[in-house]
Design a protein around this ligand. Structure first.
Ligand code: SIN
Ligand code: FE2
Length: 215
């Protein structure tokens, strides 16, 4: 039982946000070198870029991705596609170890057997933010989203199924992982503007990696 594994006098590293959504505090910390080496390798082949929304606004977050699908936004809309529009080449493959780590995190949060085929990598500099949105361009909502935070801390907003629903503010630090799926899969979520700071490994930036099963 949970109670035996996590006695009352030990702080629980798993924090339930609501049914289907959980923060795994520090879960990715042992894997930071692997993750950063992989992010650097991906960014060398598919550089971080600021996409534009269909309405023509430049997104403050820079992004790239790896795996079978990458998320793109331009004046035609939002979608996943198999090729990087900058190079016309397929997105770089997911570095070894990425999918297994995402699968372990999903299992800790109650979603066994998660097999992600895409990893989006977001880079936030001070002031960058992600407005409230739903992740709904994927085909199969029975699969969760696994989100890893690295670098500068941020405030994650986690809301309801309507944009206007009240949101909780969840502080996220280097190494924290958020998993949402099941009844929470279509919750609106976002990130408040990043506060300036200097992270010992990443400098003036936050990297967020989200794993999904797109196809
Ligand atoms: C996202 O919703 O795609 C990013 C979330 C985050 O940066 O924590
Ligand atoms: Fe999202």
């Amino acid at each position: 039982m949970m109670d035996d594994l996590f006695p009352d006098d030990v702080p629980d590293w798993r924090e339930a946000l609501e049914p289907g959504a959980m923060v795994l505090r520090g879960f990715a910390l042992p894997h930071v070198p692997l993750l950063l080496a992989g992010v650097n390798r991906v960014a060398a082949a598919a550089p971080f870029r600021h996409m534009h929304t269909p309405g023509g606004f430049r997104m403050s977050v820079a992004l790239t991705g790896c795996g079978h699908a990458g998320w793109v936004s331009d004046r035609h809309g939002y979608r996943y596609q198999a090729h990087d529009p900058l190079s016309g080449q397929p997105w770089p493959p997911m570095p070894a170890g990425f999918a297994a780590l995402a699968q372990q995190a999903a299992a800790e949060a109650g979603f066994a057997g998660f097999l992600p085929d895409a990893c989006l990598i977001n880079r936030y500099e001070p002031g960058a933010r992600m407005t409230l949105h739903q992740d709904k361009n994927e085909r199969d909502f029975s699969q969760p989203v696994v989100s890893i935070s690295l670098g500068l801390p941020a405030v994650f907003q986690f809301g309801g199924n309507e944009r206007s629903d009240k949101t909780q503010r969840v502080p996220l630090a280097h190494g924290d992982v958020v998993v949402w799926g099941g009844p929470a899969r279509l919750r609106y979520h976002g990130v408040l503007p990043l506060k300036p700071g200097l992270h010992p490994l990443l400098g003036e930036c936050r990297i967020n990696m989200t794993f999904r099963k797109v196809y």
